[in-house]
Design a protein around this ligand. Structure first.
Ligand code: MD6
Ligand code: FE
Length: 211
């Protein structure tokens, strides 16, 4: 007997934007709900915390991680850490998340960090590069859940031209190849655009190979 009445999802055609590969609506509604529920377990084991930049400014996102490494930021700097600020190891990356990586990342390696960022409707993330990983031939895969976010893609140098796209709940974005070191950030969240998270806001997962 089949366990579920959900039809198999139809996967979107990838769209190229600025060297990134965007899969709008990679996850259908039941998959998004299942992933949200997996993340509740991760957040129960590794609570979201409010990071502080090395200069002492509070970041507007709250974050946690899963996998061998998590991303932490405090007065000592930004770095990967094998423990949550509470001193415990991070929970495992959910299997459903690893399946998404496998389907889109185009590499034999597995991610060893799943960074989870929560944005309320006032949160944003300034333009930055993801360059604290050892091997830039490995992509970064991002998964969006909840409210829509305006994502900006720049050049590989600061101050170059930028373009923007909306990331919506269920979208997957792969940042690899020559685009791996492009600047990118989140300008704003569009409140009330998704019912997935009961109190609104947006969850973004970024998967990376750190070592
Ligand atoms: C975000 N994402 O979408 C922030 N980094 O909330 C990132 O910083 C990011 O989406 C590397 C690759 C894809 C991303
Ligand atoms: Fe990033």
């Amino acid at each position: 007997m089949k366990e579920s009445a959900d039809p198999p999802p139809i996967r979107p055609v990838p769209q190229q934007i600025g060297g990134f590969v965007h899969y709008p609506g990679w996850l259908d509604a039941p998959e998004q709900a299942a992933l949200r529920d997996d993340l509740r377990g991760v957040v129960a084991a590794a609570p979201l915390f409010a990071p502080v930049t090395p200069s002492g400014k509070a970041m507007s996102v709250r974050m946690t991680s899963a996998g061998r490494f998590g991303w932490v930021s405090d007065r000592r700097g930004y770095r990967y850490s094998e423990t949550h600020p509470n001193g415990r190891p991070w929970p495992a990356i959910p299997a459903r998340v690893l399946d998404i990586w496998q389907a889109v990342a185009g590499t034999d390696r597995s991610p060893d960090c799943c960074l989870i960022n929560f944005y309320d409707d006032r949160a944003k993330m300034g333009l930055h590069q993801d360059r604290d990983e050892a091997d830039f031939t490995q992509p970064v895969v991002s998964i969006s859940l909840g409210d829509d976010a305006l994502f900006r893609i720049g050049a590989t140098t600061r101050g170059g031209p930028t373009q923007s796209l909306w990331l919506r709940s269920g979208d997957v974005l792969v940042m690899g190849g020559a685009a791996r070191l492009r600047f990118h950030g989140i300008d704003r969240i569009a409140r009330g655009t998704s019912l997935l998270l009961p109190n609104g806001g947006r969850l973004n997962l970024t998967l990376r190979v750190v070592t």
